[in-house]
Design a protein around this ligand. Structure first.
Ligand code: ATP
Ligand code: MG
Length: 432
């Protein structure tokens, strides 16, 4: 075996050299004298040529009878080959079968999505799925880096919580040694405490919501990156979000061109996105709906079709701000100029992907927050610590939460959120 082990994605560093690649057989076709192997290693696909004349009858026969997903190490000299998948080709000098695969159920023909979802543990080996998961990783990394570069402290919020942030309808309940507890549906309240301690913080973790309807954009377990900033108002909050989203898009365009090509993403639409993102008020958004012939009453919440109509007016993500107070969470700060609306803003992605961020400025006044807790029928004991934050040096502060999977679905141009996470948790579905 060659001394140098390379990832397929790094083959460009090894042109003309002998390297070993460790992977799995993705595809194979052979004629009488030559077998073309497509090998995958998680970082990419590579074409390998096994010639009977070079390796002899016996070895050739092993190669051409290998089954899909057989694991193998393969050694040879790398050359550029623009016509080959991945752009490189290896002339095989030697290969070692690690474990032959039995009949692999996912062939190269089209399969239905139910069939694939049942075999999600294998489906993730296919090039499209690997591309999505690599982009997901890139987005996560870019977001963390953005916060790091902007002096945020990573402060993790608890997963097990005694009370609900925003009402109890979507909660997964659990038994905490005889006490009722819930899986977190947002880290926000804890984020506010952490921001009063550390200034600018974020958390990034799984979020659980017992959603009761099946949609293309709701999972029951998803990942949310939530930031909270002391001394930040609603305008500055939106500015930070657009910087962050723009940064993440730039990173994916720069680092994942191959993945975007596999997904046949129209990258021009991503490249066109400029800062600042457009901002419209909820009331202006309602006007857009009416112009489009929708019957919509001021005060109602937008559904997915409404969000699609609103965002279709813009090439970039659009902030919709100042929602009616009645449809937003108890902690949202009322607009000083009109208490009917709050200083909250959601960011709607273009191309019909809907809300990717929910955020806003929080109530910093103790009396008003106490009143809201009562009005919303929340258990006051459970929120005593949260009220303390307004008792000991309260300051204006804002924050937001970005849903990772929705953002990835948009960047990848996918029809459904289920492909953006290795093992999606959906209504009545948790296998595998
Ligand atoms: P929606 O109205 O679309 O259900 P939401 O208003 O409940 O969303 P927030 O509570 O503001 O959402 O959560 C912040 C972000 O988390 C959303 O903008 C979205 O990107 C993401 N998100 C919310 N619920 C889900 C879910 N069930 N699955 C995946 N992502 C979600
Ligand atoms: Mg929201």
């Amino acid at each position: 075996m060659g001394l140098t082990i390379s990832l397929i994605k790094n083959l460009h560093d090894h042109i003309g050299q002998e390297v070993t690649v460790q992977g799995w057989l993705y595809n194979l076709r052979s004629s009488g004298k030559i077998a073309f192997l497509i090998v995958r290693d998680g970082s990419g696909l590579m074409q390998c040529i096994v010639a009977k004349n070079d390796l002899g009858e016996d070895v050739f026969s092993v190669a051409k009878n290998m089954t899909q997903e057989t694991s193998l190490k393969i050694t040879g000299v790398v050359k550029e080959e623009p016509r080959a998948v991945g752009g490189y080709e290896m002339l095989v000098q030697n290969f070692e079968v690690i474990t032959p695969a039995q009949d692999y159920p996912i062939s190269h023909k089209e399969h239905g999505v139910d069939f694939l979802m049942e075999r999600r543990h294998l489906w993730i080996r296919s090039p499209r799925q690997m591309a999505v998961l690599r982009i997901r990783s890139e987005v996560e990394h870019a977001l963390r880096e953005f916060f790091y570069q902007n002096d945020f402290v990573l402060a993790d919020a608890p997963i097990i919580t005694p009370a609900a942030c925003e009402g109890t309808t979507n909660l997964f309940e659990l038994d905490y040694h005889g006490e009722k507890a819930y899986l977190s549906q947002s880290g926000q309240l804890y984020n506010e405490a952490n921001a009063m301690a550390l200034g600018r913080i974020y958390c990034f973790g799984p979020t659980f919501r017992a959603e009761k309807s099946k949609t293309r954009r709701h999972l029951l377990e998803f990942w949310m990156i939530e930031a909270e900033m002391a001394y930040l108002d609603m305008e500055e909050n939106m500015k930070l979000q657009e910087d962050m989203v723009h940064y993440a898009i730039g990173r994916v365009l720069e680092r994942c061109p191959k993945e975007l090509a596999i997904l046949e993403r129209d990258v021009e639409r991503l490249k066109r996105i400029q800062k600042p993102f457009p901002r419209i008020s909820y009331t202006e958004a309602v006007e857009l709906l009416k112009q489009a012939g929708e019957e919509f009453t001021w005060g109602d919440d937008f559904g997915a079709p409404h969000e699609t109509i609103i965002s279709s007016h813009f090439d970039a993500p659009v902030f919709v701000h100042r929602y009616p107070t009645a449809i937003k969470a108890f902690y949202m700060k009322p607009d000083p100029e009109n208490a009917e609306v709050v200083l909250g803003a959601d960011l709607l992605a273009p191309e019909g992907y809907g809300e990717i961020i929910g955020g806003g400025q929080r109530i910093d006044d103790l009396a008003l927050l106490e009143q809201r807790v009562k009005e919303h029928g929340l258990p006051e004991e459970a929120f005593a610590w949260y009220l303390d934050l307004r008792r000991y040096g309260s300051v204006p502060h804002s924050g937001f939460g970005l849903g990772l999977e929705r953002t990835v679905a948009w960047i990848c141009g996918l029809d459904h959120i289920r492909e953006t996470i290795p093992f999606p948790r959906m209504l009545h579905k948790m296998y595998p």
